[in-house]
Design a protein around this ligand. Structure first.
Ligand code: AMP
Length: 275
């Protein structure tokens, strides 16, 4: 797992949510065993993780999909983890005349992702001169080191602060669990445990009461996994409806359900989900 940076905390959270608490919690430890599970966690730089996995030094690893592509090793993505979302985007100075990715052809582009940038620009038919920098990429155009940059963006604030304008995303990244080309049973097992957590986080359990007459309309509104459970209530003509729904749909769903006649609507988080 990443020892520092943006992926560290959410990776520790995932591990804990999956039930793997460190045996002896110590903020500075670079390796720890997990209480009650045959699992040993090593904390290393996110950029080094693809290599650790490829060399078989570890059974699997968590890192950014961007770093996996940049390192280009023989590793397999076992699971997308739904955090650490960001995009790799080319950007130019606000006052630049460059308006499209294609116009980067023949220009100098600074990036700390030379391999991935080369591949992504080539796919768009663009041959740029890449300037390989390791940090503070966003100052390169102002310093005259490059005409554009290609860098990771999540909120877009860093680009704005540095007077840069994005030309649109080239690649979408998030944290991933990776294993070797032929993952062992331990890695596959861990992937399925993590999958149950990732899927659970994306879901909510919805419960409500409604008159039987509203059932058909409510079933049409409720998206997601199969048909909802319908349970008769002691009050004649009333039913309870239970369903698993995508978390991101909830804001849209609740007012519609209310309008359709649902009452006592309860929404609860899901701990694990195995489909
Ligand atoms: P770092 O915090 O520099 O160690 O970032 C490690 C990884 O976090 C990157 O390779 C990305 O996969 C991910 N990440 C998510 N959002 C961002 C962002 N806005 N800038 C840089 N990295 C990000």
């Amino acid at each position: 797992m990443p020892v520092k940076g943006r992926l560290r905390e959410p990776s520790v959270d995932l591990l804990e949510h999956a039930g793997f608490a460190p045996d002896a919690p110590d903020e500075r430890a670079l390796a720890f065993a997990c209480a009650g599970a045959p699992l040993e966690v090593l904390l290393v730089r996110a950029a080094d993780i693809p290599e650790y996995v490829q060399d078989g030094a570890v059974d699997c690893g968590i890192t950014g999909a961007d770093l996996v592509r940049e390192r280009g090793g023989n590793v397999r993505e076992l699971l997308r983890l739904d955090y650490g979302h960001c995009t790799l985007e080319p950007a130019v100075l606000i006052e630049s005349e460059v308006a499209t990715v294609e116009e980067l052809d023949g220009l100098r582009v600074a990036t700390s992702y030379p391999r991935l940038t080369h591949e992504l620009l080539r796919d768009r038919g663009v041959a740029a001169e890449l300037v390989d920098v390791t940090g503070s990429v966003e100052v390169a155009p102002r310093l005259g080191l490059a005409d554009a940059i290609v860098d990771l963006v999540s909120s877009g604030n860093t680009l704005r602060t540095n007077g840069l304008r994005s030309l649109g995303p080239l690649f979408s990244s998030e944290a991933v669990l990776i294993g070797p080309e032929e993952p062992g049973s331990g890695a596959l097992q861990l992937a399925s445990v993590f999958r149950s957590v990732v899927d659970a986080r994306a879901s909510r359990y919805l419960m409500m009461n409604a008159p039987e007459s509203a059932l058909e309309q409510i079933c049409e509104i409720v998206p997601g996994s199969g048909s909802p459970s319908v349970i008769p209530l002691s009050e004649p003509g009333m039913v309870a409806i239970h369903a698993l729904v995508p978390a991101r749909e909830v804001w849209r769903l609740l007012p519609r359900l209310e309008a359709a006649g649902a009452s006592s609507i309860l929404l609860v988080p899901v701990e694990r989900l195995i489909t």
